[in-house]
Design a protein around this ligand. Sequence first.
Ligand code: ADP
Ligand code: MG
Length: 550
Amino acid sequence: MRNGPLSVLSKESQRTAGDEARTMNISAARAVAETVRTTLGPRGMDKMLVDSSGNVVVTNDGVTLLEEMDITHPAANLVIEVSQTQEEEVGDGTTSAVILAGELLSVAEDLIEQGIHPSSIVAGYQEAVTTAKTALDELAIEIDPDDTETLEAIAATAMTGKGAERSKELLAELVVEAVTTAVREDGTVDRDAIDVRSFPGRSVEDSRFISGTLVDKKPPHPSMPTSFTDANVLVYEDDLELSELEIGAGATITDVEQADAFADRDREELESVVDRIVDSGADVVLVDGGIDDFAQQRFVDAGVLALRRVSDDHRRRVAGATGAARVGNLERLTSDDLGHAGRVEREMIRELTHKGNARAEQTTVFDDLPESEIGTILLRGGTEHVVDEIERAIEDSIGVVSAAIEDGSVLPGAGAPEAELALAVREAAGGIGGREQLAVEAFAEALEAGPRTLAENSGHDAIDALVELTASHDGGDRTAGLDPDTGSPFDALEAGVVEPLRVKRTALESAVDAASMILRIDDVVAAGELSTAGDDDGAGPGAGAGPMGM
Ligand code: ADP
Ligand code: MG
């Protein structure tokens, strides 16, 4: 304990203070950024992560990588939170946000070495981020929520460099279709209304959009009808089973006749329940619990499809989409309680099971629905790992299209915003003077890490690429981005590289917040041993993936 004469800490706690604490935190946070760096952009590489039980995840997605990596250093976690905020707010841009945070700390470290106090750096960063946000707003372009072409470009940009890329045109169409169905009256997007379901097998090109929902249940009886047009749908929140005679649970049944009478009455009751359902005109019934054999037979006779043990989630979605009430008591059942679906049909599909064994499975598709602000993307393709990674890209893509529709503002991508903001911030730095000016200039340099990394990852000389890109912006070419094929500037908008404003805005804000927070810390008091990822288990997944140890 080097601070103060009186220790109020327990013996087990570990304290690191001053420069040592700051250096430790900065290197931990920078290490996080280093870890994801090579995955950025259309030519970014993927990473394979293996957890302690041997499960494998192959991904290019920043937030997924960091969450899977089991990183325990507290400062590193502050940076990981940046990617989580980004994931929650937009769903995309997680790698860029983390790289920016790491770079802000990296340039700050140089300034600290030159004797500039961290609080001056934090102040300079605050100035710079205000300028940067203004410049970002000026760069933004308004779009119409019905502008399908731009929305598809946004959807495709988020999928570039991921497993989904090869089929990004089709997938972008599906994403835009799904998101536009889920737009509420007030212009916001109901993300819960969009379901993405993965089914390994076949090819990605066989993926499709259903303006409806799936219930992964096959009919309990082989003779039930499985295809309807204009179906009446009942959602029943109970079971259709005979009550069990509780033998052994206290009561002994001595009188056989009494038991038989009980069973008869029970069966009669169930019969009348089933009759009531059939009489209501229901064609398709979703039941919470089981369905007794003889009840199934009655449904078969009446030409009704009854699915048993349908999950709460599926009952909720079907009720919402068909306009059905969720009926718990059949006494007052009327035709008003029934929902409607233009098409209900059984389809054979391969369902993804949790341990990688795909098994042939059936699903029931509810399609062509009156309350059609619900949609399902039915994702096909290759193996489980492939579909998993495509699903993550689709989720990012749904996020950016939603943000673009909600905010109506988009930006050119491919490093164009970073280059433009860096110029604006540098220009503003001139008028500041003093130590803060250095911090503002450092901020501009940190912004350039985006295009620099894009250039590096696509195999071009980062310095040359940045010089050319900056020259274009200096010459008034505000939408100039980095062409991954040539390393030279191209018009990002024309090339269809478009991102929602929210991606960059959130990344800026959360990266600066996290970097400032880390810079302000000059004392780390840990209740136990301060662990760094990879320390405790040298062979663990975190160890090989990045320089996390200090
Ligand atoms: P993030 O997790 O930050 O979204 P990505 O690996 O998805 O990381 O890379 C995003 C970056 O790649 C953005 O700067 C984006 O503009 C850029 N990008 C995407 N598609 C292209 C493309 N076709 N050409 C150039 N840059 C692209
Ligand atoms: Mg992305």
